[in-house]
Design a protein around this ligand. Structure first.
Ligand code: NAD
Ligand code: HP7
Length: 312
């Protein structure tokens, strides 16, 4: 049984971490968030201490260090641009760290974190949950067992509608979330490069506040991708039944079903980390490099090989 502290306890994703902690038989001793709407803690860890000021949280965690309740892991569910700072806190107090995606916004932040990991002899793990999705694991196995010379044609469309709130929150601020390709796309860029190999060519067709589209050449795939958080971009059939999400991944024109089974992946991620197999700083690097490149690339507009849904 490991002792945990959690940063960002009042947010959307924090309950999934609390559930994962509970499911894996661990204990949450302390939590911190600037915002105090954390009643959800009662469903998981009513006994955990909670702080709305970083300094008091820090003091408490330091105090625990001198007892038999040392914090073994700090879990981080704060906004993306704060991750590296919160990771350093975790390492400094002598804990291993489990951090949400994207691990950081820029590749050089990872280099800096490697040094802090070494200084403290502790490890940083990133939630890269799609690598644990059964359909994606099966796909990777299939590609590994096939010919290394085969280049697959992949189309990925991922629409997950968000209301106006998104643009008013830190998620809509590129300096805080990295923008849609970073905040949402990072899952898919990680998953695609994990399965099909490193990026050889990266083209961005569209990159706006509510959608992004592009084309990759990977070692074993040509990928046309489209991401959107705008409800208007959903296929008519999805809109007609009142749906708000559309996830489609095709390989050589055949659908690979991966829409279900997302919600349990945090528990699975915790099991994986606690079994000593978690994804560390080096594993986060390829997708962080990609999202950083996309953020700094000029969108070409709809020229070349673009995803059909990008044309609207
Ligand atoms: P959110 O805005 O709902 O929650 C963030 C929380 O952090 C808020 O409660 C906020 O008050 C708190 N916070 C802000 N500044 C803070 C600070 N300085 N110190 C402590 N707390 C602070 O966002 P969310 O959707 O829960 O996202 C949190 C993280 O999880 C992000 O990195 C996001 O990218 C990631 N996420 C991952 C998934 C996934 O599928 N793996 C899903 C959603 C979010
Ligand atoms: N929802 C909220 O109420 N609040 C939120 O902050 C987010 C969603 P899904 P997830 O938007 O920041 C995805 O699309 O899969 C509502 C990304 N993860 O299933 O959980 C939403 O309106 C994640 O990396 O959301 O999260 C729906 O009603 C990204 O940070 C419902 O929750 C996050 O969006 C479910 O929404 C985000 C993946 O794509 C795997």
């Amino acid at each position: 049984m490991k002792n945990f502290a959690l940063i960002g306890a009042a947010g959307y994703i924090a309950p999934r971490h609390m559930k994962a902690l509970k499911d894996t038989g661990n204990v949450l001793l302390a939590a911190y968030d600037k915002f105090d709407s954390v009643g959800v803690m009662d469903s998981y860890y009513p006994e955990a201490d909670f702080f709305t000021e970083f300094e008091r949280f820090d003091r408490h965690v330091e105090k625990l260090k001198r007892t038999d309740k040392t914090i073994d892991f700090v879990s981080i569910c704060s906004p993306n641009y704060l991750h590296d700072s919160h990771i350093r806190f975790g390492l400094r107090v002598g804990a291993d760290v489990i951090c949400e995606k994207p691990l950081v916004l820029n590749p050089w932040n990872i280099e800096a974190l490697k040094e802090v990991e070494c200084e403290h002899g502790k490890k940083v793990f990133n939630i890269l949950q799609l690598r644990l999705h059964p359909s994606i694991v099966a796909l990777k196995k299939r590609i590994e067992e096939g010919s290394k010379d085969k280049i697959y044609d992949i189309d990925l469309a991922y629409i997950t509608s968000r209301g106006h709130w998104y643009y008013a929150s830190w998620k809509g601020d590129e300096s805080k979330s990295g923008g849609i390709a970073t905040n949402i796309g990072v899952h898919f860029f990680d998953m695609l490069t994990w399965v099909f190999g490193a990026v050889k060519k990266n083209v961005v067709h569209i990159h706006t506040h509510d959608r992004a589209a592009g084309y990759f050449e990977l070692e074993q795939a040509r990928v046309r991708w489209f991401l959107s958080i705008n409800v208007d971009t959903l296929p008519e059939s999805v809109k007609a039944r009142g749906g708000r999400t559309y996830r489609s991944l095709t390989m050589e024109g055949t659908e690979i079903e991966f829409s279900d089974g997302f919600t349990e992946l945090h528990t699975h991620s915790y099991q994986h980390i606690l079994n000593g197999q978690g994804f560390g700083l080096d594993e986060a690097m390829p997708s962080i490099q990609i999202v950083n490149d996309i953020r700094h690339m000029k969108a070409s507009g709809l020229v070349g090989d673009y995803h059909p849904m990008a044309a609207g």
